[in-house]
Design a protein around this ligand. Structure first.
Ligand SMILES: Nc1nc2c(c(=O)[nH]1)N[C@H]1C(S)=C(S)[C@@H](COP(=O)(O)O)O[C@H]1N2
Ligand SMILES: [Mo]
Length: 509
């Protein structure tokens, strides 16, 4: 039986994809062995995130939520396998052409790694190992001898057998290396274990009496760590050991400082309730949480460093290279801007910035709340672009006064008559003065507010509206202690936070 001419092409595509997978597995194993935070596909994915315009990022995050990063890395791998298949087909005609496809992929991955912060020559080793694997495996699977493309020797069956043998060897080796690399990547577990052993002088923070109102289905006033929203650009969470962590405070200062974790603890912990909010939180959204933070006051550390008189900003950098710029004033006034080591009485979870992150009451996270913080440079706003401000977000990000309805939820059904309603309102570091609700465009009526320990947290509100049978619209607005009454004008989250009243429709019956 003769081999149809499409079969070699199909074989070549499979051979190329297998070659791609083999090099990928070797590069993953090398990255794990070297304890690199990012594998080559992770580095490509992070580079894509950095290069994506800000508006597109927020649309994609809305669309995919927590799946955005796994989907992106998966997409990178799919593209890699497709290009590899192409490389296999080309190699079947002229080996060099196929090799060029793999060399180009290796070069692209290397370029992505060079755009990552904190790269070293070692960071390139996984890509080099993967590329060398590609160059070795490609002829093994795609040479004329391997595929029987030019049936100089042997009939179709023999050549098919030979190809299947070779493909099988490569597939088995790939799976073995891939599985093996899972056992090599221990950095995160080492850091997790050491974190478990930490005994910090941090307390759990009792929820102040009167803060939690008695209304079923309100979000809890204290957000548990596991439920706290998470926003960051890291494809792989940095795993930084507390013992190895250093913070450098430098730039326009008279006294440069380098601090260890123990240096921080030795200065004594300040603890406070602070509500953290994301600028990308839409009206009525969930990108906000309230926690008890334990940390060292940034103002005290900056006082030791002695900023120069004409500095007006602090450029913060994280282990994964993310940056933000914070007004120096917000870090040196009397508010509790903290270098936090604990969240709700526990060492920071890795996802929330272990070992040290910043929290600044009154500012959105994108200009203040750096996780995995490693560097503070005292500087001037004129002299830098930070991650999000480089993508069209405002340079300064004071939190906008906002309010949200949690009860009833949109489209819920309730009993006609007096209906209990409730939610939260926030105006961090200004304080909420008053919250009002409005049913079906009627008059605004004030509701009850929970008691809060400071102006830096959200406040729960609850009230009762009279609703007869039918569909109703409930709106909420807050007035803060500066006298500002929350505007009903709807504006998008870009450039400095959404505005508008949160409104829900519900049915009474
Ligand atoms: N290293 C790093 N820190 C970061 C970010 C980031 O992308 N990388 N995102 C910031 C943003 S936009 C917000 S809203 C907060 C969110 O903190 P959380 O994930 O602990 O809720 O972290 C801030 N700190
Ligand atoms: Mo954010």
């Amino acid at each position: 039986m003769t081999v149809p001419s499409v079969l070699p092409r199909g074989r070549l595509a499979v051979a190329g994809a297998l070659t791609g997978a083999a090099g990928l597995a070797v590069s993953l194993a090398a990255a794990a062995l070297l304890r690199e935070r990012l594998t080559p596909p992770d580095a490509v994915a992070e580079t894509v995130i950095d290069a994506t315009p800000g508006k597109a990022v927020s649309v994609l995050v809305d669309l995919f939520g927590r799946w955005d990063k796994p989907l992106l890395v998966g997409g990178v791998v799919v593209v890699l396998l497709l290009l590899s298949a192409l490389g296999g087909v080309l190699a079947g005609r002229v080996q060099l052409r196929g090799q060029l496809v793999f060399l180009a992929m290796g070069a692209a991955a290397a370029a992505a790694i060079l755009t990552r912060p904190q790269w070293s020559m070692v960071s390139l080793v996984p890509v080099i190992a993967g590329t060398l694997t590609w160059l070795a495996v490609l002829p093994f699977l795609t040479s004329a001898e391997a595929t029987g493309t030019r049936p100089a020797g042997g009939d179709g069956d023999a050549s098919r057998r030979r190809f299947l043998q070779r493909a099988g060897i490569v597939a088995l080796a790939t799976v073995a290396v891939g599985v093996g690399s899972r056992f090599l990547g221990r950095q995160r577990r080492i850091v997790e274990d050491a974190r478990e052993q930490l005994a910090l002088p941090a307390t759990d923070g009792d929820v102040p009496s009167g803060a939690q109102l008695d209304l079923a289905d309100l979000e809890p006033w204290r957000t548990p760590n596991d439920d706290f929203y998470r926003i960051d650009t890291a494809v792989v969470v940095p795993a930084v050991a507390a013992a190895e962590w250093r913070l450098r405070i430098h730039g326009m200062v008279e006294n440069e400082l380098v601090l260890t974790y123990q240096d921080l603890l030795d200065r004594g912990l300040t603890e406070a309730w602070v509500t953290l909010c994301c600028v990308s939180n839409p009206v009525g959204g969930e990108l906000i949480g309230n926690a008890w933070w334990s940390g060292v006051r940034v103002a005290d550390l900056l006082a030791e460093a002695r900023p120069l008189a004409d500095a007006d900003a602090v450029l913060q950098t994280s282990e994964d290279g993310w940056t933000c710029g914070t007004p120096l004033g917000a870090l040196t006034d009397d508010r509790d801007a903290l270098l936090a080591v604990a969240m709700n009485g526990e060492p920071l979870p890795l996802e929330h910035g272990f070992p040290v992150r910043m929290v600044v009451p009154g500012l959105y996270g994108y200009v203040s709340a750096t996780k995995w913080l490693v560097d503070l440079e005292v500087t001037r706003f004129d002299d830098f672009d930070a991650f999000w401000t480089g993508k069209g977000w405002a340079e300064e990000g004071p939190v906008r006064t906002q309010s949200r309805i949690d009860v009833p939820r949109s489209n819920h059904r309730v009993m006609a008559g007096p209906v209990r309603v409730g939610g939260v309102a926030w105006a961090q570091h200004t304080g909420v003065e008053k919250v009002e609700v409005r049913l079906d465009g009627g008059p605004w009526t004030p509701v009850e507010l929970g008691r809060v320990p400071s102006t830096d947290t959200w406040v729960q509100w609850a009230g009762t509206v009279e609703a007869d049978a039918g569909v109703h619209t409930l709106a909420v607005r807050a007035t803060d202690r500066s006298g500002y009454e929350q505007t009903g004008v709807k504006r998008d989250v870009v450039p400095d936070g959404a505005t508008g009243w949160h409104t829900v429709e519900f049915t009474a019956e």
